[in-house]
Every structure is written in structure tokens, then in C-alpha cells.
Design a binder for this molecule. Sequence first.
Ligand code: DC
Length: 224
Amino acid sequence: MSCRGNGGKYPIAIDGTAAAGKSTLGVALARRYGYTLFDTGVTYRAFTLLALREGVPADDEAACVELARRADLRIEGQDETRVWIEDEDVTGRLRDAAVEASVSEYSAIGGVREVMVALQREIALRNPCVVVGRDIGTVVLPDAPVKFFLTASDETRADRRAAQAGTWGQRQDARAATTDIIRRDRIDSTRGALRQPEGAIVIDTTEISPEAVVRQAVEVIECD
Ligand code: DC
């Protein structure tokens, strides 16, 4: 089989559970093809930060949708997705504990998702992109020519999150946080945000290295 480059296939959609290796694969593919990496989770995180700052609770759906519509979010970046709320670069705030604790509630609001999906679509179609999220291949970019769906065992995902943390104490915190993330993934799957797109290439990353995941993905993209 001879592979002749990816033939300009974009956008590339990568969905899957938390800590399954989506971002790692996304960065590698974006670098390989000179595409922009767009991590769509940041839009929900930035909205959550804004809602918390403005004191709009997640159970006030109408106020959340209104806030989403008037929110001035700007997304830029090549290898890393950076976000501005008006003139403020909030990228460094998006993993704050308060955002982490509330983002799944805010991102479950249907009207907020509609606004974010429209924004994501517009950004994703601006430049050749690798787009990472939960519903990219199903909702945001159902016509994407290449779709991946990444999974890994709960234990592996917990270990990966813990390994990213520095000290023993941080690792214990990371384990607790991961248990919560896994619980949230289950909520995401049952309410429909996280679904395997039809025609997606499924890669279970439990037993394989990041390099091997990239090799598998490249083989699919370039030899299709
Ligand atoms: O990928 P992440 O951890 O940054 O995502 C943050 C939250 O947003 C998480 O609760 C899942 C949700 N999300 C979503 O519902 N749809 C997306 N396309 C991306 C993220």
C-alpha cells in the first residue's frame, strides 16, 4: 500500500472520553499537516468562567442562553487554543477548580450548546483544522471527511490524569478528579453529547503509546 500524503483532508474531527488522548493526537496531527488545533472544550470552559463571574447560575437556563448570545468570545492560536472574553485572555483561568466543578452543568444546557456549536463551526471552517471535542463528528461537523473516536479504560484514564500531576498529594487529588470526570463522561454519554459518530475510526488507546496512536491515525488519513 502506498501512502501519498493526506490529500488536504480537513477538518479532522476527534471525539472521545476525557483523558483518552484526544488532545495529544490532535496536537500531533495539527503539527504534521500544518493545521490549526481547535480544542472546543475551551468554549464551554470560557462560558462557564463568564457565567460564574456574572453570577448566572446553571439552573437559570434562560439567563444562561441570553448570556451565551451576548458573550464576546474570541478564539485564536495554532497549536494551543487561546480564548479571550472581550479584551481579556482567559486561557490561564480555564482549568481553575471553580470552572472544573461547573463546566459539565453549564455545557449540558441545550440553548448554550446551540450558541457554542455555531461559534465552533464558524471557527473550524475558517482554516484547515483538527477539531477536538465530544460531538464534533456528530453535531458540529457531521460532514468532516475524517473522524476519530478515542476511548481508553477508566483505570488508564485515571492513571494518565494522575501522572500529569506533580506531587503525591496532587496525584491523589487528580485521582479523585478523574473519578469525577469518568462519572461526568457517563452523564455526557447518556444525555447525548458524547456519541460515537457513524463512520468514525475507533482507537482504543488503553494499551498503546501516543506515538502508536498517531501512526494508526496517519495510516488511516493517508491511505484512505
Ligand atoms: O474537553 P474538556 O474537558 O475541556 O471539556 C470541558 C467540558 O465541556 C466537559 O464537561 C465536556 C464539555 N464539552 C462538550 O460537551 N462538547 C464539546 N465539544 C467539548 C467539550
